[in-house]
Design a protein. Structure first.
Length: 133
């Protein structure tokens, strides 16, 4: 029910297709119990999200990662260290305020660096989205 999350589904599908590999899986996460299984299935179908989705009814993963809004992304290495957290890109400036043209592709740049075994260019950015309840 967050328009920003809805708008980023295709971007996440594209990034997953480009960067997902053994040892570098992509997952979506539904935090809390606000949505029924049927509503989650409908969302996945309506917005064509092709990522496996983890259900986090008790918000354990949400708390562990420190997630506060949706969409918010985390890149985690094989040891569990968070390499990046924050926004997918800089399209959303604030709730209801969006750039006409994206100029910073945070998640894409981080994933490319990880894939190429380079240092990540960003460690954290401010995510903009709907607050997790």
């Amino acid at each position: 029910q967050c328009p920003l999350s809805e708008n980023y589904c295709l971007t996440l599908n594209e990034l997953s297709a480009m960067y997902a590999a053994p040892g570098m899986p992509f997952y979506g996460c539904v935090s809390g119990t606000y949505f029924s299984d049927a509503e989650i299935s409908r969302f996945l179908k309506d917005y064509q999200l092709q990522l496996p989705v983890l259900l986090d009814p008790q918000q354990d993963l949400t708390r562990l990662l420190g997630a506060t809004v949706t969409p918010e992304v985390f890149v985690i290495d094989s040891s569990g260290a968070i390499l990046y957290s924050g926004a997918i890109d800089n399209w959303a400036v604030d709730l209801g305020v969006k750039r006409e043209v994206v100029t910073e592709f945070y998640l894409r740049d981080v994933l490319a660096a990880v894939q190429d075994e380079r240092p990540v260019p960003y460690r954290q950015t401010k995510p903009v989205g709907c607050f997790i309840e």
